[in-house]
Design a protein around this ligand. Structure first.
Ligand code: ZN
Ligand code: ZN
Ligand code: ZN
Length: 477
């Protein structure tokens, strides 16, 4: 039962067969409720918590004396609930919120400091860039000039209107945001599905090449040798992958220049400024090319030029008057880390049989991408097993967020900080061992022994249902 289902379970007129149901005769003890609220606070009201049986024991290293610290048999239901930690919004709303918050902090720390990163980092040259795929065929798009929405694909002359398949590929509509037609091809036969799927498959490789090329272009523009650049400069980045409406991946990246010092987070020599970085990004992105086998001739993959409509290359943060707001950028990037492909009707898990594709109830465009990925995956000449593994993700299987090691801090660091803060909240004077001494690893050995006891919340006592329902309502607010 979902958390939302829990609210139904305690309502006076429960649905039949919706699991254990509290009746008016059930008495909920306040202590029981408090116990549950404490557990929920620690799992962050996770949708599918992992249940653990076990205990923690302390051993005095000097005397060998053993003392219990914690035992799950003291918990309501006799188990400890641990958050599932899934970052997907569709899998666990509450855990994905936590992940999103962590991502935002991680990105923000690299822009303006914090979490152990000095605030002076805000003065380093830094660029927010978007790397799109090239066109794979005409699609409906929301085109903008300033704040005006332009017609999608205006009719020019009659020659221009029809595609080689005889279809009208003009569209005078000024599409509104969220128009379901956005991203759909004007003609499915004109859309190069194979190239689009292979682009997704190799998007991460394209990015890796870009990262390799960028220093060369920076060095050339700065008029220094590659060796000098390496000695003076470090390039740090965080990037996130987003599916465009047409089902093709594009990347948003924050790219920052630091000096090459042991301490890290020192401003680079003045010759490397944001303007230079912008130019080098454009050149390096343009130079990235990968040739991959297709079902016909080899396919050349690269980033799209995107020179016309979206001036995404030149948006330095600190260097110019029109600096982007760091908080806005952090929010923007964090928005995508919890999302997989956002298409109704596409499955959350991998496809195991071709018949599943036929049964998909998603737009024809995305269905075709899935089918092409599946079919390409079976071709010996292409021979990439990832195509089938990632068919339900339209060919892309990379992590939504990647970063260079010293961009800011790690997710682990941010999680650790949260755990420490929670401990401190519980024991403001610091933790003590069972003998009443301040906790010290050198004095006491702490042993934990856990075993897996399933997932979900148990037992569904009335107190548990009530606590779940109120947590769910709190989240909805
Ligand atoms: Zn969860
Ligand atoms: Zn259109
Ligand atoms: Zn056509």
């Amino acid at each position: 039962m979902t958390l939302r289902g829990a609210a139904a379970a305690i309502s006076p007129e429960p649905e039949h067969g919706s699991g254990p149901v509290a009746t008016a005769d059930d008495v909920i003890s306040f202590a029981d409720l408090k116990d549950w609220e404490r557990q929920l606070a620690s799992t962050g009201t996770c949708e599918h918590p992992v249940k653990l049986h076990g205990r923690i024991t302390a051993i005095d290293r000097a005397t060998g004396e053993i003392a219990p610290v914690y035992d799950t048999s003291d918990e309501p239901g006799g188990v400890l609930h641990v958050a599932c930690g899934n970052r997907r919004e569709t899998r666990c709303p509450s855990c994905s919120q936590v992940y999103k918050r962590d991502a935002r902090q991680l990105v923000r720390a690299g822009l303006t400091g914090g979490k152990g990163v000095p605030e002076t980092v805000a003065a380093h040259p830094c660029v927010f860039a978007t790397f799109t795929a090239p066109s794979f065929g005409p699609v409906h798009a929301r085109r903008m000039r300033g704040k005006t929405v332009l017609p999608c694909r205006p009719r020019r002359d009659s020659k221009d209107r029809r595609c080689p398949h005889g279809r009208d590929i003009s569209c005078p509509t000024r599409h509104a945001e969220g128009d379901p037609r956005l991203g759909r091809p004007m003609c499915l036969d004109c859309f190069d599905y194979e190239a689009a799927v292979l682009f997704n498959l190799h998007a991460a490789d394209l990015w890796r090449r870009f990262v390799t090329y960028l220093p060369r272009h920076l060095a050339r523009l700065a008029g220094v040798t590659g060796k000098t650049l390496k000695a003076e400069l470090r390039i740090r980045y965080v990037k996130v992958a987003e599916y465009q409406a047409r089902g093709v991946i594009h990347f948003h990246a924050v790219i920052r220049l630091d000096a090459n010092t042991k301490e890290g987070f020192t401003a680079p020599p003045a010759r490397y400024d944001a303007g230079l970085l912008c130019d080098a990004i454009a050149l390096a992105a343009k130079a990235v090319r990968i040739t991959v086998p297709g079902s016909g001739p080899d396919i050349r993959l690269g980033f799209g030029r995107e020179l016309d409509r979206r001036p995404v290359w030149r948006q330095p943060f600190a260097a110019t008057g029109q600096a982007l707001d760091a908080a806005a950028v952090a929010n923007y990037i964090a928005k995508y880390v919890t999302k997989a492909v956002d298409v109704p009707g596409l499955p959350d898990t991998r496809i195991r049989h071709a018949s599943e594709i036929e049964a998909l109830r998603c737009p024809a465009h995305h269905k075709r991408m899935v089918a092409v990925a599946w079919d390409l995956g079976a071709r010996a000449s292409i021979g990439d097993p990832r195509l089938r593994l990632w068919a339900h993700q339209l060919g892309f299987g990379g992590h939504p967020l990647t970063k260079s090691r010293r961009y800011s801090v790690t997710f682990g660091y941010i999680r650790g900080e949260r755990v420490t803060a929670r401990r401190l909240e519980r024991n403001p004077e610091g933790e003590r061992d069972p003998w009443g001494r301040p906790l010290d690893d050198r004095v006491v050995l702490v042993l934990a022994n856990w075993s897996y006891a399933g997932t979900g919340y148990t037992p569904r006592t009335p107190a548990a249902e009530l606590a779940l329902a109120s947590a769910d309502m709190a989240r909805a607010r």
